[in-house]
Ligand binder design. Structure first.
Ligand SMILES: Cc1cc2nc3c(=O)[nH]c(=O)nc-3n(C[C@H](O)[C@H](O)[C@H](O)COP(=O)(O)O)c2cc1C
Length: 182
């Protein structure tokens, strides 16, 4: 959405985006935290500020997602998990600036990054203080023993992109683990 087409509202549960476009459609995005059933410190929120999957792209992601991060900071949720893939990742989205540093500044709880990291770039991001933790998707998918491979410096299985988002076990549970001697 373009900023002129939406209003960002903070509500009890988090942040809501209200469409200002005429017509019956009012779009809501809620980052829920701190409800009666679950305490905020047991809630984590995952956001993809520049993601465009299913046409969910926002016209001013820094403004919108800083508002989300600030709202989550006020509620002191357990962690903010930000998917903003590095160049080279299949999830990479071209955008004029990186949004994550602004979110890191706005949110002071545990900050998790995801998208295109390997063990080395994850270490660097953590050591530099850019992030607290890094989450891995594809490396885990293609390597059922990913932590053990990193520990041993063993080569990783290449991911089969053709099986991503396909039904059935192929590409999900058939990647080989290291054999005992390897
Ligand atoms: C086969 C596959 C299915 C995925 N399904 C989801 C999903 O349902 N929800 C989601 O938020 N992300 C999903 N993702 C994205 C991952 O959570 C992650 O953000 C992405 O793989 C980038 O991280 P990576 O570079 O460590 O793989 C999926 C990724 C893959 C490869």
């Amino acid at each position: 959405m373009r900023p002129s087409q939406r209003r960002i509202e903070e509500r009890d549960a988090g942040v809501r985006v209200v469409s200002l476009c005429p017509g019956p459609v009012r779009t809501g995005f809620g980052a829920a935290a701190g409800g009666a059933a679950v305490h905020a410190d047991r809630v984590g929120v995952r956001v993809s500020p520049v993601g465009s999957y299913n046409d969910m792209k926002d016209g001013a992601p820094r403004e919108l997602f800083v508002a989300v991060a600030e709202a989550m900071q006020r509620r002191k949720i357990a962690y903010l998990h930000v998917v903003e893939a590095l160049p080279g990742s299949f999830m990479f989205v071209e955008h004029p600036e990186r949004i994550s540093p602004f979110l890191r500044k706005a949110f002071r709880g545990a900050f998790i990054a995801n998208g295109g990291y390997d063990a080395q770039s994850a270490d660097q991001a953590i050591e530099s203080g850019e992030v607290d933790l890094v989450a891995f998707g594809v490396p885990f998918l293609a390597n059922p023993d990913f932590p053990e491979r990193v520990r041993r410096g063993a080569p990783l299985n290449a991911a089969d992109f053709a099986t991503f988002y396909t039904p059935g076990p192929k590409g999900y549970s058939d990647y080989p683990a290291l054999s005992a001697g390897s």
